[in-house]
Design a protein around this ligand. Structure first.
Ligand code: GLA
Length: 365
């Protein structure tokens, strides 16, 4: 069971009374996906890790049925009813739409309309492909669950947060980001089976580091062809009489580039996870490069900036690199030798950071 309603809290001085009170804090990490993109909504496989960049929400209860949130990223204040009655698409300021989405989706799962006063601080850059919105949704959801005394199993909480994202933005995203944020494991990637929702932590090899390079092309998924790609996949599966492209064979989709990507990417994820288990480091780089080529050529979600970064990283000594997340901009992920990682980062013409795999979301001190 998730530590959603644990007991640790940060003592804070109450400004009105001067007494120490406990303001609970919840931390939810962003994620980077090592391999397996545009597979989650096709019931497929993905291999993300939760990273050491996080959204932290401090929240104290209110007794007037209102959720009031401030953020270090915005000057505005979000104030919405705690019962889910606010339509997420209508909320202003618009960063409050995800908040209203989370409230509505938890209300649908039986959360009592307990209000909170909360503030949010995040180190997950937005628009960079590191799931800042999933981290935000998960941290807010944990705070809302705790305030209402509701315990939600992590997979169901991931579903609630995914639904919140769709309610707020209209984007029919998959479950990978929220599952990674909730269930990440220190020093490991998480092999996700997005059909069964089985998760297997797969330890990352010593001696390798994960480098994330930001292309600087910011994008919000609602302004991309993300929904169109998902619809294309569902149409092909329906035409083949399959529940999803998870069930398609390479032969069935040989002439369908979108589906070909999904089928080949699922196979690459499983091969990659197996190579990690066997410590077969030499197998990893070529799989990353094949994934990028498939996302670029078959799925058509890369950009010239992402392609150039992949090339630069490989020339600078990375084992392999690929766009990570939805594409259309955002970041590239590379596996690099830990010794020499800084030199590779410096050789690339864009902001980069080395990330570590961390445990999933929790209540923290
Ligand atoms: C976004 C979505 C995820 C997933 C990736 C692509 O991050 O939120 O559900 O579909 O794109 O793999």
């Amino acid at each position: 069971m998730l530590t959603a309603c644990g007991s640790s809290a940060t003592p804070q001085e109450d400004t009105a009374t001067g007494r120490l009170s406990c303001v609970p804090e919840f931390r939810a990490p962003g994620r980077v996906n090592l391999i397996g993109d545009h597979t989650d909504y096709n019931d497929g496989f993905a291999l993300p890790l939760a990273v050491d960049l996080a959204c932290v929400v401090r929240a104290s209860p209110r007794d007037d049925g209102v959720v009031r949130i401030t953020s270090d990223a915005f000057d505005s204040v979000v104030q919405v009813p705690a019962d889910g009655s606010a339509d997420p698409r209508e909320v202003e300021p618009d960063w409050g739409r995800l908040v209203a989405g989370v409230i509505r989706s938890l209300a649908a799962r039986g959360r009592a309309p307990a209000g909170i006063d909360a503030d949010v601080a995040s180190t997950v850059p937005s628009g960079a492909g590191l799931s800042s919105s999933a981290a935000f949704e998960v941290a807010v959801a944990l705070a809302l669950c705790a305030a209402a005394g509701l315990e939600v199993e992590p997979r169901e909480l991931a579903r609630a947060c995914r639904d919140a994202e769709e309610l707020a933005t209209g984007v029919p995203c998959g479950l990978m980001d929220q599952l990674a944020s909730l269930c990440g494991r220190r020093d490991s990637a998480l092999l996700l089976d997005c059909r069964s929702l089985d998760l297997e932590p797969v330890p990352l090899p010593d001696g390798l580091a994960v480098l994330v390079v930001d292309s600087g092309v910011e994008r919000a998924l609602e302004n991309t062809a993300y929904a169109e790609r998902r619809a294309e996949c569902e149409a092909i599966a329906a035409r083949l009489g399959l529940a999803s492209l998870r069930d398609a064979t390479a032969e069935q989709v040989a002439d369908e580039p979108r589906a070909r990507h999904v089928v080949s990417e699922n196979a690459r994820v499983l091969t990659f996870a197996d190579a990690l288990r066997r410590r077969d480091v030499d197998a990893l780089g070529p799989l990353l490069l094949a994934s990028h080529a498939s996302l670029r050529d078959d799925y058509d979600v890369s950009t010239p900036e992402l392609d150039a970064l992949v090339e630069q990283l490989v020339s600078a000594g990375a084992l392999g690199a690929r766009l990570t997340g939805a594409g259309f901009g955002g970041s590239v992920v590379a596996l690099v030798p830990a010794v020499g990682a800084d030199a590779i980062a410096r050789a690339v013409d864009a902001p980069s950071r080395l990330v570590r795999a961390v445990d999933g979301a929790a209540r923290i001190r």
